[in-house]
Design a protein around this ligand. Structure first.
Ligand SMILES: [Zn+2]
Length: 336
């Protein structure tokens, strides 16, 4: 029978079809306007009248079978495409494409390292809220609204009057209110300042804030704590010294310097031949700041410090421009 022959022929071809393109070719070949089914239909007229009806029904049945087979094949190809999105046959003997793996950003690596050192020294490590209130960023730190010291920070403001934090000191009040002395806490997080960028300044940078509050805490504790931290961080015993400075939330305010990590104190271009690197601002926490946080300043004293994480990484890794960190330049990132 002619229809049976065509059906067998069709089945064989369908079994060889691998993708939609080949399937469409086959569809045109059999079901197209000039396809094999229509050619069969045309034969009807050449048959004797008594055979026409039967033949016509037979071709119709074949057409239905072929259409059904197409649909089921289409579904199968679709399903396999979903498994293999390229839709191409895969030669599993080919060597694989090399997958390039990312790694942890140097800032995150150093954040973890700094956190680890302070945790070993008994400090709790916290992250700041990146957007906060005027109260937490300024007022609670002894910087009331009309205080001229506000000019020390170039502040961004949101339309609603909130502040992307200008320093991680913004967490001090929260810490005093949620912890009881002895308090040892370090806050590591991003800060934002509305200032022109250059090799040493970025609008977005990381700060490490720390506070230590207990009975009888003095500047001597501060210097030793910092000295131990920097010796750990830079991997060698370093000396530290302080000189007076001013920050509204500490009294006395101090600037802490460590022995130059590059020249060992002999003098080089990085330390401007002084042998010392001024690395952070710190001091005894102002009694008003403690009281604002609900801590009795007659009973307790403490120290606080704030330093830039990028600056420390730059010193340790010999990086000259702070803007590299957020540049997204993979040549820089891959060095770590
Ligand atoms: Zn030096």
């Amino acid at each position: 029978m002619e229809t049976e022959k065509l059906w067998q022929q069709f089945k064989k071809k369908l079994a060889e079809v691998g993708d939609f393109e080949e399937l469409e070719k086959l569809r045109v070949e059999f079901l197209g306007r000039k396809g094999k089914i229509n050619q069969l239909f045309q034969k009807v007229t050449s048959l004797p009248p008594e055979k026409r009806k039967e033949f016509g029904q037979e071709v119709n049945r074949l057409k239905g079978k072929i259409q059904k087979a197409f649909l089921s094949r289409e579904r199968k190809i679709k399903a396999s495409l979903e498994r293999n999105l390229t839709g191409k046959k895969i030669d599993i003997s080919l060597p694989g494409k090399e997958v390039s793996l990312g790694h942890i950003h140097p800032i995150t690596q150093m954040k973890w390292e700094v956190a680890d050192i302070f945790q070993r020294m008994g400090f709790e490590v916290l992250e700041p809220q990146e957007v906060t209130t005027d109260y937490d960023n300024f007022t609670a730190l002894n910087i009331p609204p009309d205080h001229p010291a506000r000019d020390m920070w170039d502040t961004f403001w949101t339309k609603e009057g909130y502040i992307p934090i200008t320093h991680t000191s913004s967490m001090q009040n929260w810490i005093y209110r949620h912890r009881h002395p002895p308090i040892r806490a370090v806050v590591i997080g991003r800060c934002f300042r509305n200032e022109a960028t250059d090799m040493g300044h970025e609008h977005t940078f990381h700060q490490i804030e720390g506070v230590y509050v207990d009975k009888g805490i003095t500047v001597a504790n501060l210097i030793e704590t910092m000295r131990v931290f920097f010796s750990e961080f830079f991997g060698k015993e370093l000396r530290a010294k302080v000189r007076p400075s001013y920050f509204p939330f500490v009294e006395p305010g101090l600037e802490l310097a460590i022995e130059c990590v590059l020249c060992g104190g002999k003098g080089c271009s990085v330390c401007k031949q002084s042998g010392w690197l001024e690395i952070l601002g710190c001091g005894q926490i102002h009694p008003r700041v403690l009281e604002e946080g609900g801590i009795d300043s007659k009973k307790y004293t403490g120290f606080a410090w704030g330093m830039g994480l990028e600056r420390m990484i730059m010193l340790r890794m010999g990086i000259e421009d702070i803007r590299h960190f957020h540049s997204g330049d993979l040549r820089f990132i891959r060095k770590f």
